[in-house]
Write a protein that binds this ligand. Structure first.
Ligand code: FAD
Length: 550
């Protein structure tokens, strides 16, 4: 421990005012804000460096699908002025470099501890503190605990027999090695065609000896249309940051893309087609979030747009049988997160790439040499598991949260995550679940959502400290109202029916092979107003207790 990390140790009371778990985009900004309040804070991070998502996911092709210049933090004008993005959708090394720069620039690292995996946190009612137990046996204490543990940070492997038997190299994309992997001439198998698999396949198809893609369910993918940013373009972006962030603040997803004002049913087929062709040729999520709003809300509109996208796949993939396999039949476009692709569909036109539909010929096991399906044995040098995450609640479930009277968060959240505003949980006092389930930030262009959540949490903590509150806890009633509202908002969107991480579905995780209410689907502006209302009213949904009389 450095001197500053041990701030608070040795004085009466807990070791720290605040412990933040996680040093990704969220934990970094929360630390910055709390240091301004002059609190004794430490960040505990399982990894060996900062960056979270951008520290871990080093697989080939890993990059933004947010426009880079909408993803950076907005809190510091100097930071905005000095940082140059090289591409409109930056690749992982650049984003990691950006976050390292932020940490260095604001001198944050001395308040961070790496290689610290948190296993268990326990509330001590008498002392009104949390004890945070680490895998290395240490157990620091704090008055307030904040989780910044990520929404896509609990990677999952497929539940296939024999995973340990394979004698070649095998990687989950989250745990990609820090050293480059040599693909030349290698026989590579990849399992999974979600957002990550789609990025990897597009990137490595022309670098490997052969690539076999094992696909269970296809996704609707859309072209990213990435491009370099010239010095002049960057200067222009810098001059427009206020405008850009204002725009992000008014769209439901916190992106520059928001639904077009025109209505689907009022537009004639030629108008619809013209808009869709334009969106298909435009960069980023516009095709998903800048479309007619009915595409995401109405079955008929969704079916028509899905047919348009299916034709695009047929146009790009030469073999009609392969094209049909790549067209989703069990869900419409945009009801699951849309993977953004570069040369993905063209990869299947290459002689060295083969698609295996494991809904028809399931994987039976991993063998010492490769993968065995119900009809064939495949031999590989490398197997890539692009099998995703136990999303949103996974990182919480991997920590044993023990609250008031021994209540376990895992038990409370067994059927559905229950929170107040996605920020706190009844039965778990003095805990702020930044970017937590049912919160607004998990369904947005992340930094736009998380700056909102962190600012709100910081204001709450300021209020708590100024009013000599030593214990705060959401009320059960406020929590019930919020959960009802979250369910109501899901009702508006077709995504409620999809088996995706937005609905907490993951057949590789016991108990998660069903859909749940995981995100706030009411949009960023509505979420912001709700947070503001709560703060302006003096936090009526949160019980604020002063220190008990001595
Ligand atoms: C490949 C990929 C691409 C993405 N692209 C985009 C994009 O373009 N736009 C967008 O808005 N979002 C994107 N996301 C979502 C992304 O996760 C968020 O943008 C953002 O990085 C989340 O930041 P965070 O700090 O909340 O969580 P994370 O970055 O996940 O950081 C959480 C940290 O907590 C640590 N941690 C977790 N549990 C523990 C524990 N028990 N003990 C100690 N430490 C722990 C983890 O090690 C991790 O470092 C992407 C996600 C992935 C996986």
């Amino acid at each position: 421990m450095t001197e500053s990390q041990s701030e608070g140790v040795g004085r009466p009371g807990p070791d720290h005012d605040v412990i933040i778990i996680g040093a990704g985009v969220c934990g970094i900004y929360q630390l910055y804000r709390l240091l301004q309040l002059d609190l004794a804070v430490t960040v505990l991070e399982a990894g060996d460096g900062v960056g979270g998502t951008w520290y871990w996911n080093r697989y080939p092709g890993a990059r933004f699908d947010s426009e880079s210049w909408t993803y950076g933090y907005s809190f510091s004008k100097e930071l905005l002025d000095e940082w140059n993005w090289s591409e409109n959708f930056a690749a992982q090394p650049e984003t990691l470099g950006y976050l390292q720069h932020v940490v260095e620039r604001f001198d944050l690292e001395r308040h961070m501890q790496f290689g610290c995996k948190v296993d268990r946190v326990t509330w001590n009612e008498e002392a009104r503190t949390w004890t945070v137990e680490l895998a290395d046996g240490r157990a620091p204490t704090c008055r307030f605990l904040m989780t910044a543990i990520g929404l896509l940070s609990a990677p999952t492997m497929p539940t296939i027999e024999g995973v340990g038997d394979f004698r070649g190299q095998a990687f989950h994309t989250y745990y990609w090695p820090h050293e480059p992997v040599d693909f030349s001439g290698k026989r590579v198998g990849i399992i999974g065609t979600g957002a990550t698999g789609v990025q990897v396949i597009g990137e490595i198809a022309d670098k490997v000896g052969s690539l076999t893609v094992f696909q269970r369910r296809p996704n609707w993918c859309a072209p990213l249309h990435n491009s370099k940013i010239s010095a002049q373009e960057m200067a222009d972006i810098k001059s427009r940051y206020d405008e850009i962030f204002d725009r992000c603040a008014e769209t439901p997803g916190g992106f520059i893309h928001g639904p077009v004002p025109e209505r689907f049913f009022e537009a004639d087929p030629e108008e619809r087609l013209a808009l869709w062709e334009e969106l298909y040729d435009s960069p980023g999520f516009g095709i998903w979030l800048g479309n007619y709003r009915e595409v995401l809300m109405d079955e008929e509109a969704n079916a028509e747009f899905s047919a348009f996208m299916a034709d695009k796949i047929r146009q790009r993939v030469h073999d009609p049988e392969v094209a049909e396999k790549l067209i989703p039949k069990d869900h419409g476009f945009g009801v699951q997160r849309v993977p953004m692709e570069t040369d993905y569909y063209e990869a299947y036109n290459r002689d060295n790439v083969r698609l295996v539909d494991i809904s028809e010929t399931p994987i039976e096991r991993i063998t010492a040499q490769g993968i065995r399906t119900s009809t064939e044995d495949f031999e590989f040098d490398i197997i890539i598991y692009a099998t995703g995450f136990d999303a949103i609640t996974g990182a919480f479930d991997r920590i044993d949260f023990v609250g008031v009277d021994g209540l376990k968060l895992r038990d409370k959240w067994r059927d559905n995550p229950i929170t107040f505003l996605g920020m706190g949980v009844a039965g778990f006092p003095n805990l702020l679940t930044l970017a937590g389930p049912t919160g607004g930030s998990v369904s947005t262009n992340f930094p736009r959502g998380i700056e909102l959540a962190v600012d709100w949490a910081t204001d709450l903590l300021t209020h708590v400290l100024e009013n000599s509150v030593t214990r705060f806890e959401p009320t059960a009633e406020a929590e019930r109202e919020w959960v009802d509202h979250v369910r109501e908002m899901y009702g508006m969107l077709l995504l409620r029916k999809a088996k995706s991480w937005f609905t907490g579905y993951n057949s590789n995780v016991e108990g998660h092979d069903r859909t749940r209410f995981m995100i706030y689907a009411g949009g960023n502006p509505r979420y912001r107003k709700r947070l503001e209302r709560e703060a302006e009213a003096g936090y009526p949904g949160i019980r604020l207790d002063p220190a008990p009389a001595a």
